[in-house]
Ligand binder design. Structure first.
Ligand code: HAM
Length: 426
């Protein structure tokens, strides 16, 4: 036998058991997003590499080290998207739906980053992303956060903390950055290797370091909040008021700087202490300058993206088995006549909206019931010669205590609806 080929490192198969939970999250997210008037947009997985250098920033870890870039057969330099914001802005400019307009959009799908894979960090991962354009006031920032809160509540998700910060305008940030660089250079001997590398190119990311040895220097470093411009400070304060008004708890984290360069003013992350090192489940903020930076006419914007793998993992830890997706009944067919009649009966039940798995391939009662059990169906519906004659089926409750009843086929749909709680008989 030749050697089996394995998946690319950091890229996972999502098996049916896992997919059920993903579908639940996706369906819930879709309902929540639609409730706020957001509309779905579908974007290419491949974009010109230049798009990401010009938006995420050429000096960031993502663009410097993590992109899957290649030359295609025409010699064009392309990149598998590492995130969705840049592509969404590109599409907005190209299709002319940003200028002087308010747009509320969302997207979902895979993203690619060549990071070191570990639990919660993958090379192909999935996001549900949200971007809103044309509104520069902090009520939009609050709306985005409230939407997250509603989603967590709808999913019954616990243990998420909202961290907030403001990065100010590019101008106020430049002043701060210069001051921070001077401070850090004076303490060069206390910086770790990673921070030394970042010192010239991206000093603010040093504040994000998780290295315990770096914490004393970081604690002493000048505070970004003391350098915010007046408008950004007002914007941030008003966002805080909206959140308080809505009863949303948050923690101001002046060290929250984000790893993408396009942010201005508000940035936020939803974090958890239940997933180890990869604690951010959802992150985003304002990017008021990005549309112009990518060649469009200026338009304010803000958004966020949820990391699906992390969200699903958090849900799985909370409640180990989602019940959605399992068939309501498994049809056991004994004998040739039952086989013929069974396919028709299964279609009838499905017409009534029931999920039915129909046995195929023959076999005895015991073997078929084993399959019924594995299907996770609540009921096994048994059809043999006797039942055919009486126009009944024998119904076995697979999750009850061996309860078995004979039900006439004319009332089978009502019976199943009632027992599965799909619809109460009137
Ligand atoms: P990001 O912080 O790079 O932001 O990613 C958002 C979320 O995606 C993270 O909080 C995390 O849950 C998940 N994530 C990121 N990288 C990985 C990975 N390698 N493996 C698993 N999950 C990961 C953005 O991508 C921005 N585009 C968000 C945004 C939208 N800002 C404004 N609009």
């Amino acid at each position: 036998m030749s050697k089996a080929i394995q998946a690319v490192r950091g890229m996972n198969d999502l098996l049916p058991e896992t997919v059920e939970r993903w579908q639940l999250v996706e369906a819930t997210a879709r309902d929540v997003l639609h409730a706020y008037g957001y509309r779905e947009i579908r974007l290419p997985l491949l974009e010109k590499s230049e798009l990401f250098a010009r938006s995420i920033g050429s000096q960031t870890d993502i663009v410097e080290k993590e992109m899957y870039s290649f030359e295609d057969r025409n010699g064009d330099n392309l990149t598998l998207r590492p995130e969705g914001t840049a592509g969404c802005v590109r599409a907005g400019i190209e299709n002319g739906f940003l200028h002087n307009q308010i747009q509320r959009l969302w997207y979902a799908g895979p993203m690619f980053r060549h990071e070191r894979p570990q639990k919660g960090r993958y090379r192909q991962f999935h996001q549900i992303g949200v971007e809103a354009f044309g509104i520069d006031t902090p009520d939009l920032d609050a709306e985005l956060i409230l939407m997250c809160v509603r989603l967590w509540k709808s999913l019954g998700l616990e243990g998420l903390t909202l961290e907030l910060n403001s990065l100010g305008t590019p101008e106020s940030r430049a002043t701060y950055r210069a001051k921070l660089t001077r401070f850090l250079k004076a303490r060069r001997d206390q910086l770790d290797e990673d921070s030394l590398r970042r010192l010239e190119k991206n000093p603010m990311r040093i504040l994000d370091s998780k290295n315990p040895a770096m914490q004393p220097v970081i604690a002493e470093a000048p505070n970004l909040h003391d350098h915010l411009d007046e408008d950004s400070r007002t914007h941030f304060d008003r966002l805080g008021e909206y959140l308080k008004e809505s009863g949303v708890a948050y923690r101001i984290n002046p060290r929250l700087v984000r790893g993408l360069d396009y942010y201005t003013r508000t940035v936020f992350e939803w974090t958890t202490d239940r997933l180890g090192a990869q604690s951010a489940v959802c992150a985003g903020g304002r990017f008021d300058g990005l549309v112009e930076q990518l060649g469009g006419r200026p338009a304010p914007a803000a958004g966020f993206a949820i990391g699906m793998e992390r969200l699903v993992e958090l849900l799985a830890r909370q409640s180990p088995s989602p019940s959605s997706g399992a068939p309501e009944a498994y049809l056991v067919l004994l004998g040739e006549s039952a086989g013929k009649h069974g396919l028709r009966l299964a279609e009838c039940l499905r017409n009534a909206g029931l999920r039915i798995e129909c046995h195929c391939g023959g076999g005895g009662l015991k073997a078929q019931l084993k399959r019924a059990d594995r299907s996770r169906a609540r009921f096994a519906l048994m059809l043999g010669d006797e039942e055919l004659q009486d126009n009944t089926v024998t119904v076995k409750d697979m999750r009850g205590k061996d309860v078995q009843v004979s039900v006439h086929q004319d009332v089978l749909i009502d019976f199943l609806n009632e027992r599965t709680g799909r619809r109460v008989k009137t």
